[in-house]
Write a protein that binds this ligand. Sequence first.
Ligand SMILES: O=P(O)(O)OC[C@H]1O[C@](O)(CO)[C@@H](O)[C@@H]1O
Length: 514
Amino acid sequence: METLDELRARAEGAPSILELMDDARVRAFSAEVDGLFFDWSKTKVDEGSRALLLRLLDERGVAARRDAMFAGEKINETEGRAVLHTALRAGPDAVVEVDGVDVMPGVRETLERMRAFAADARKRFDDVVNIGIGGSDLGPAMGVLALAPYHDGPRCNFVSNVDGADIADALEGLDPERTLVIVASKTFTTTETMTNAATARDRLPGATFAALSSDLERTEAFGIPADRVFGFEDWVGGRYSMWGPIGLSLMIAIGPERFDEFLAGGRAMDGHFRDAPWARNLPALLALSGLWHNQVLGCATRAVLPYENRLARLPAYLQQLEMESNGKRVSMDGAELSEHSGPVVWGEPGTNGQHAFYQLIHQGTRVIPCEFMVAREGHEPGLEHHHRLLIANCLAQSEALMRGRTHAEAKVLLGEKFEGAELDRQAAHRVFPGDRPSTTLVYPKLTPFVLGQIVALYEHRVFVEGTVLGINSFDQWGVELGKELARSLEPILAGEESADGKDASTRALVERLA
Ligand SMILES: O=P(O)(O)OC[C@H]1O[C@](O)(CO)[C@@H](O)[C@@H]1O
């Protein structure tokens, strides 16, 4: 891609972030929508590079593909499907057609059924156990923790791992009469989920079961009556599904009205993504900062660092959203990508990470672009001083990464303690190279509406990055081979089949573990 080459050339010998920094830059390299403020001034993108990055969006036809997505066109070409998670949060008057048929009456009807079911479940049950994995787990699990201050419904437990410890621990001490087990699986075939669901049925007789799935035949075969099944269409991808039936546990936890606020937050971000010019468009700006760091500068990872303890599951949620979407090796036409695919995404809430892995971010030899997130206000009355410390730490980290500390400054700090060569040696360990990039997302307070804004912001960011790279962000063929091989190994481990066809290492491991 020529524009990317031009960007790489500009990045060579670009001024430092501190040299670029001034008030005008902060104004130019930040944008705000509905209280959400994104600052990407602490990157090395200058005006010229920003113009090229924006050009990339036009060259790659991002606007046309975005409009095609919202219009229900089948942009998930390898599976022949539309991509319409946005329909799950569209307003009451929306009309969204797939193959000439408006899908919104069905969406609204399911949402109404969910609301009635959730309202009743909030009275009848003390515990909800959501059994699902990947997109059928991470969204609601992340959301229930994030919105703990609004959680006034039954306790919610999330079981995902096929490790029997997960389901055994979750079922411990539950009263079947007061427990709702939700089997969440789009396909209703996923080994982990179906194994855990069968165990729950055996071990908790008398519990009420509900299902969230696209496959109504399989839910019936499992024995779940139709009035406790909430279906969705194939145009909702697993990792984009927490807005609909897969969000049922979240709706039960916080109540239907607050779930509506969550949907409204997502809807507001959709409107912004569709209407705002790219230069002020938050999903586009997040994507451009991502492309700059990953494809232009060659940084293979990015850290997501929420200064919000209740966003502890957000990095895991974003790992699936970003890495399952944009971790591809070929472009839409099947040709090998000419650029790297999406980055490794990882992170932990601050300030905990500061006492664990930030050492490497500050002084390691590789540059790790950091995405900080922080709220202006917390939820804990009387603990405002905690929140001030939280904000101070968040801002201190991005400042330290940018500013760094020179050898001369380190020597001054050491004062009289050392001299000569020993002073130089000791100072070298205390040098911070600085000029390390970060972005900061500031939100007013982690309400259901704001969580909706943030999740939709990241969804669209992934879409923009994927589109620029020519990737289909909505399939996940890369998970299939491991599943097939696990299916072939299970009977070998059970002693029912021979390991002869396997390689020497796998045979030796089977022998040790069988
Ligand atoms: O909801 P299902 O069909 O059980 O799938 C769970 C997860 O498994 C995957 O298909 C990957 O194996 C994810 O994309 C999906 O979110």
